[in-house]
Design a binder for this molecule. Structure first.
Ligand code: GAL
Length: 423
């Protein structure tokens, strides 16, 4: 009986794949077809959420084998470089993680993704995701991905004990207060601000830019013909220079930089809320730290009332070798069960509006509240506002700036990047 059931399932899988299937050649092999899921969630904290969703997928889909094709490196810069060469060679994984917004629009324009309207209709997904999020993953009425979460970029993580030692009574509310506090920590002999690899500096940049300019002026920078040359931007870049002058030795990635705060070596770290999963999750995945005691958080300086958002979403690439397997994964990623398993560990809130709120405690309860009340701004580093070429030019300019500290040159490069990228 079991053998018959397995081969029928295998047959169904092969038939429905309509020729795109290069998987097993029948029987038991086909029944154990792997589903290659591409992301960059390998590191401490990040992998926990994926593992939880994988567990649900495996339970619901005994005929498929989950294949974790994650490529290490926070924020996925390394993963995306590999992904891009795979896509160019028409050798896509079965499904990959792409950020909602400009990044996903790039994949859509390049013709790399299948429309998921069939899935949205079948599962009535338009009713469960916020409309503004659906807009970010759609072109001409076609929806191209399944958003699994909402992450917040603008979080200031801090060590309460270190702040106390430095004589700082509360988290800084403005960029000016932040700069004054960084100086106090330096005097107290601790690392004022921890940073990681280069992308974490771009992450810091988007936060200082938002905090210095305010939300409306920041959002206006992404419109066609936006003015990047004005004096307010200059002031924001000067702030960035000052803030950066208090940074410690760059760590290998975001986790060791965040850990410096948790360990009391550094006072502050500006990072997305995946850091919460890392701080809070029990070892081995996380650090098992105590919220409010070992670490605490606030809106990054000058950004209270604004949620700088980003969203992880999964796609169906054209020519996915195991299309059925990919669709099965997307169904889990879209489900309430999948999102409620993934997000509390990932440090994010669900993209679905109907998730079980009681599962989101502590930082996550705060984030849910802010998400429903705050103004919105989109993240640069995590794919929301700037198409890939623009983002790369901007990151390169910031990389050079780390060496030469030349504000005027940085501003010129940002003006040029906006001109080229906004076209
Ligand atoms: C972001 C991604 C998050 C998290 C972070 C650090 O780009 O959206 O899910 O993984 O990078 O790696």
């Amino acid at each position: 009986m079991a053998a018959v059931a397995v081969s029928v399932a295998g047959l169904l899988t092969l038939t429905a794949c309509g020729g795109g299937d290069k998987g097993g050649s029948g029987g038991g092999q086909a029944a154990q077809k792997k589903v290659e899921v591409f992301s960059w969630w390998t590191g401490p904290g990040e992998a926990d959420g994926l593992k939880a969703m994988r567990g649900i997928f495996e339970k619901q889909n005994p005929n498929f084998t989950f294949f974790d094709a994650a490529v290490a490196g926070g924020s996925g810069d390394q993963a995306r470089a590999l992904l891009s060469s795979k896509l160019q060679a028409n050798q896509p994984p079965d499904t990959f993680q792409g950020h909602a917004g400009a990044e996903l629009q790039g994949y859509i324009k390049a013709g790399k993704l299948e429309s998921l309207n069939f899935l949205y209709d079948e599962l009535k997904l338009k009713e469960v995701f916020p409309q503004q999020l659906i807009d970010q993953i759609s072109v001409q009425g076609q929806v191209y991905s399944v958003p699994v979460n909402i992450h917040r970029s603008n979080v200031l993580w801090f060590n309460p004990g270190v702040l106390k030692t430095a004589g700082i009574a509360a988290a800084p509310a403005t960029v000016d207060e932040f700069i004054a506090d960084l100086a106090k920590v330096k005097k107290a002999g601790k690392i004022p601000l921890s940073i990681g690899s280069q992308w974490t500096v771009v992450h810091l940049f988007e936060n200082v830019l938002l905090g210095s300019l305010g939300t409306d002026a920041y959002n206006a920078l992404w419109a066609p013909n936006a003015d990047w040359s004005n004096a307010n931007v200059t002031k924001a870049l000067e702030n960035f220079k000052t803030v950066l002058s208090y940074a410690g030795t760059p760590q290998e990635d975001w986790q060791p930089a965040a850990k410096q705060v948790a360990d009391g070596e550094a006072a502050f770290n500006i990072m997305g809320d995946w850091a919460y999963g890392y701080f809070h999750n029990p070892p081995d995945g996380g650090l098992g730290k105590q919220s409010k005691t070992d670490f605490d958080w606030a809106a990054s300086p000058g950004t209270d009332g604004t949620f700088m958002w980003l969203s992880d979403s999964f796609t169906l690439p054209k020519g996915a070798p195991n299309r059925n397997g990919a669709v099965a994964w997307l169904k889990v990623a879209a489900s309430k069960e999948g999102q409620d398993a993934f997000n509390p560990l990932k440090g994010s809130i669900p993209a679905r509006k109907d998730a079980d709120k009681s599962l989101y405690k502590d930082y996550l309860a705060w984030s849910l509240e802010q998400w429903s009340a705050d103004k919105l701004a989109g993240s640069i580093q995590h794919g929301v506002v700037a198409p890939d070429a623009w983002k790369t030019a901007l990151s390169d300019a910031i990389g050079l700036f780390q060496q030469d500290q030349d504000v005027a040159k940085l501003q010129q490069a940002l003006v040029a990047a906006a001109k080229a990228g906004g076209q």
